[in-house]
Design a protein around this ligand. Structure first.
Ligand code: SAH
Length: 385
């Protein structure tokens, strides 16, 4: 497969991965073997989840390190077979799930050839990369009029993951689908009952809901995201899981949290999980990021770090995480936090499970990558004040 990647971005990534870059990019295009699930330990146990999933013919295994995680395995690669000349174009997020064998729903469709019920359609990305073979269950006209709902069944895909969102444990709010590094992030934050915690980029609520269950609802959590709709989504997830306990969810631009909320030096722990270039999310469909975008994102991320400094207590802890692999958005932002904002960078006694410690110009962070333990690309660093 050819690597369409911005030259600047390629250079940036070779600063980290050197001669391993090609291997890394190839691996990022494939899903990891394990698909992780966080167990809602406030309402159930791992054993119970494994049992409930087994009743639905899904085999889940307890993770070796995280006591609140289980995983299922992704099978493949298989040959994608599709006897058709009809094409349906989908967005990247949809392409990622189609690759894993998920059925096709209306929202991700960008355009399509004409089709009738039971026609086969080759689903492709904007760049014409084939991702799955779909058998339509509605006609083109019907699909056209729909805003959501099932359009077709996935009958051939390069990978197959069990469909978890249709299971009882998911619908009952007993599990949350989340990668291992994301699960690790809240373990690193290690929130305690009674602590005041601020999640500065909270929606859709993976880590916020984890903080609640981790403290059995006894931390005081302020979850911020930038719009009403994001906060509605977050509240929906917390409610589904029965984890809307002691959470104040606020639609707000958290880059100004120190100006808008009366929190100066009051917060025990802060999580910054900002928007990022998402280059670690597997399978990556397209490395469609320019260095200009990466620089802009990095500058945006720094504003959260700066605001956080004002509200964190002396002695308080900040965990910074991203699901991307550039230096700019990771190590260099931590260097900024130390050199220009005044944070101290903390080295953990043990690297978070499945991560690798990295040292860059004197600062320490933890990277996840497909090159180590078949993980997605991800970064965690810890700061204190
Ligand atoms: N921590 C979340 C995922 C966060 S993704 C989880 O575990 O589920 C990054 C989030 O940052 C997005 O939801 C985005 O809306 C939010 N965001 C972007 N700019 C923001 C801003 N200025 N203030 C607050 N949130 C912002």
């Amino acid at each position: 497969m050819t690597h369409e990647i911005d030259v600047g971005l390629e250079l940036e990534l070779s600063r980290v991965y050197g001669s391993q870059l090609r291997v890394l990019l190839d691996k990022l295009r494939t899903p990891p073997r394990r698909l992780y699930i966080r167990v809602n330990t406030m309402r159930t146990t791992r054993e119970k989840i494994i049992e409930l999933l087994r009743e639905e013919d899904i085999v889940a295994y307890p993770d070796e390190y995280f006591d609140d995680a289980v995983y299922v395995t992704i099978e493949g690669p298989f040959k994608l077979e599709c006897d058709t000349d009809k094409v349906i174009v989908v967005d990247e997020k949809t392409a990622t799930s189609l690759l894993l064998g998920v059925d096709l729903y209306r929202p991700g469709i960008l355009r399509s050839d004409y089709f009738v019920e039971r026609d086969r359609l080759l689903a492709v990305t904007r760049d014409r990369i084939p991702v799955a073979c779909i058998e339509a269950i509605v006609s083109y006209e019907q699909a056209y009029r729909m805003q959501k709902g099932l359009i077709g069944v996935n009958i051939s895909s390069p990978y197959k993951a069990p469909s978890l969102i249709s299971t009882k444990p998911y619908q009952m709010g007993l599990i949350y689908l989340q990668g291992a590094p994301s699960i690790a992030t809240v373990h690193v934050l290690n929130p305690k009952p009674g602590e005041l915690v601020v999640d500065m980029n909270a929606s859709p609520g993976g880590k916020s809901s984890h903080i609640v269950q981790y403290t059995q609802g006894k931390a005081r959590l302020i979850s911020i995201d930038r719009s009403e709709s994001k906060i509605t989504q977050l509240k929906g997830n917390l409610a589904r899981m029965g984890l809307d306990i002691n959470v104040l969810a606020i639609p707000m631009d958290s880059r100004y949290v120190h100006l808008d909320l009366d929190l100066r030096e009051k917060v025990d722990k802060i999580l910054i999980d900002p928007p990022c270039s998402n280059l670690g999310v597997r399978p990556v469909i397209r490395f469609n990021r320019s260095m200009k975008e990466i620089d802009d994102l990095s500058r945006y991320q720094r504003q959260f770090i700066k605001a956080a400094y004002h509200i964190l207590k002396p002695g308080g802890l900040l965990v910074y995480s991203t699901c991307t692999i550039t230096l700019r958005e990771n190590e260099e932002n931590i260097l900024y936090a130390v050199e220009e904002v005044g944070f101290h960078n903390i080295e953990l006694d043990d690297p978070p499970s499945y991560s690798v410690k990295v040292v860059y110009k004197g600062i320490v962070g933890y990277r996840y990558s497909p090159l180590d333990n078949d993980m997605p690309g991800y970064f965690i660093a810890v700061l204190s004040k």
